[in-house]
Every structure is written in structure tokens, then in C-alpha cells.
Design a protein. Structure first.
Length: 269
């Protein structure tokens, strides 16, 4: 199965498309001819993204304001698509949040929000839309995991665990849906220059120049290429691919030594 320029009215649903990587997925899917349904928790931000993409690509773009960490978020979104008779051919589960803190220290509401957004809602969206896609015999699901899926490190315990869950989930459902014409890909980036960790623009520019970070445009291009060529997973960036098998080999005492010494770990303490 491959996707080129589309002529029918298939829809791509992208969560968290008001900014960063999700916005780039939305633009690039519009460039491929998909109509879009884009969702975020910021009414003005998602409406602005929709207006810009509509103007640039001339496709139909519907912005939807939803808190995807809410209890029935996935079911609501699925029902909305049914009511609007949207033929969702591509589902991009991208919405995400980040915090850096110890599990025992952080406000429990932040933990709950991350678990609901990354795990509960994403899983149920895969369930509902995966079911329709398999009935139709065609579809694509892209789940945003992360290189941190292989990095059970202090400060990112919940984030890394949820991204590891998404990596595993994606691989399993890929094999459940493959013979029904549905492709599932986990995208596992290292650092991408977005607002996710509130890194200043100056440091982002430096990290981009040093090749430590990737632009969201480039990441989205690589993610979609992997999705439409039916790959199970992509870890964009050579250095990231080299680091992945090494991350789990770092001994606990070294991890704890870095934690004690690292300046970034002391911020906000
Ligand atoms: N940046 C990076 O280095 C990496 C990012 N990733 C993953 O990529 C994905 C996108 O992140 P990125 O683009 O960097 O970050 P951004 O902060 O730029 O984008 C996050 C998106 O998620 C949306 N979102 C957050 N909370 C909710 C919510 N409760 N309901 C609905 N939408 C929500 C935000 O919308 P709004 O604020 O408008 O609600 C925003 O559109 C995330 O899943 C992240 O974990 C993975 C690896 C590396
Ligand atoms: N930088 C990424 C981890 O490796 C992320 O934010 O997920």
C-alpha cells in the first residue's frame, strides 16, 4: 500500500496539531491532498493552525477544541467523526505533554494527565479508529512514541514509561491489523525543536546547529515516510539510533551519579 496525491476526500485526523510536530504533520498531510480534522486543547491555537493550512493548501480543515486527557475524550472524538461522516484514513496520535521531576515529588495531577493523554486516550483512539479502518480494509495509524521509550531514567519516569507503552502497543496492533490493510507505525524521535520542554530559542538554535535537535518539519517528513512505506518503527537520526541500544546498558550507579551531579536535575528543586 502506498499513498501519493489523493483525489478522493479521505481525512487525516491529527491530535495536538496547534503547534510543533503535530502542526507539521497536518501541513504535510494537507500537501498530500488529505482533508484534515485537527484537535487541540487551545481553541484559538487550533483555529489559527486550521486557517493557515486551509489558505496554503486549499483542502478542507476542521479545527476541534478538545481536552484529550478528559475521561471520554476518545469516544467523543470518534462519535464526532461518525456524526460528521468523516472517512478517517490516517490517524496521527501526536498530542503529548512533558514534565521533568521525580515521581514521588511531582503533583499527582500532572501524572494523571500524562497517563490519560498518552496511554488511555491514545489506546482507545487506536481501538475505535482501528476497528473502522479494518472494516474498510485500509488505513494508517501513527503513534508518537519517543527515544525515551528505551530510557528509564530519573526525572522522566512517567514520560519514558508512557512512550515505551506506546512503542509496544504500536508493534502489537500493527501485527493485529496488518492483514486487514491497516499500517501502524511508532515514531521514536530524540530531541525535536518545539515548545515541549520550554527550551529557549537560543538553546534550540544551538542544539539544531550541533545536530542534537531536529526541526519538527524534518521529523514529520521522516515520520510520514515511515508510515506510508509501512515501517513498524522509526528512530530518526543516526546518533539517536546508535544511542538506543546503549541506553539500557548504563549501570544504575552511573545513572545515580549523573543525577546527583547534573545541573539540570537541580533546576526547580
Ligand atoms: N519535542 C520533542 O523533542 C519530542 C516530542 N515527542 C512527542 O511528540 C509529540 C508532539 O510534541 P511536540 O510537538 O514536541 O510538543 P508541542 O508542545 O509543540 O505539541 C504538543 C501538542 O499536544 C497538544 N496537547 C497537549 N495536551 C493536550 C490535551 N490535554 N488535549 C489536547 N491536545 C493536547 C498541544 O495542544 P495545546 O497546547 O494547544 O492543547 C500541542 O498541539 C508529543 O507526543 C511528544 O511527546 C517525542 C519525542 C521528542
Ligand atoms: N527528547 C525526547 C526523548 O528522547 C522526548 O521528548 O521524547
Amino acid at each position: 500500500m502506498s499513498s501519493s496525491e489523493r483525489t478522493d476526500r479521505a481525512t487525516a485526523l491529527i491530535t495536538g496539531a496547534s503547534s510543533g510536530i503535530g502542526y507539521q504533520y497536518a501541513r504535510q498531510l494537507a500537501a498530500r491532498g488529505y482533508d484534515l480534522l485537527i484537535v487541540s486543547n487551545d481553541a484559538e491555537g487550533i483555529a489559527n493552525s486550521a486557517a493557515e493550512i486551509r489558505k496554503q493548501y486549499g483542502v478542507r480543515v476542521s479545527p476541534l477544541y478538545r481536552d484529550l486527557s478528559a475521561e471520554n475524550a476518545a469516544e467523543d472524538l470518534y462519535r464526532y467523526c461518525e456524526d460528521e461522516r468523516l472517512d478517517v484514513e490516517v490517524l496521527v496520535n501526536n498530542a503529548g505533554v512533558f514534565f521533568f521531576d521525580d515521581l514521588a515529588r511531582v503533583d499527582s495531577r500532572r501524572i494523571e494527565l500524562m497517563l490519560r493523554l498518552h496511554v488511555r486516550t491514545t489506546t482507545l483512539l487506536c481501538h475505535y479508529f482501528g476497528r473502522s479502518m479494518q472494516a474498510r480494509g485500509r488505513g494508517y495509524i501513527l503513534n508518537m512514541s519517543s527515544m525515551s521509550a528505551w530510557m528509564p531514567f530519573p526525572g522522566i519516569s512517567v514520560y519514558a514509561a508512557t512512550k515505551s507503552y506506546l512503542r509496544t502497543l504500536s508493534l502489537a496492533i500493527r501485527n493485529e491489523l496488518y492483514d486487514r490493510g491497516v499500517r501502524v507505525t511508532a515514531v521514536c524521535p530524540g530531541a525535536v525543536a518545539t515548545g515541549l520542554y520550554n527550551l529557549s530559542e537560543r538553546y534550540q538554535r544551538l542544539a539544531l546547529r550541533l545536530g542534537i535537535m531536529m526541526t519538527p518539519e524534518r521529523l514529520a517528513r521522516k515520520g510520514l515516510r515511515a508510515l506510508f512505506s509501512g515501517r513498524r518503527r522509526t528512530v530518526p537520526g543516526f546518533v539517536n539510533r546508535v544511542f538506543v541500544p546503549l541506553a539500557g546498558l548504563i549501570p544504575g550507579p552511573i545513572v545515580r551519579l549523573i543525577k546527583r551531579k547534573a545541573k539540570f536535575y537541580r533546576y526547580g528543586r
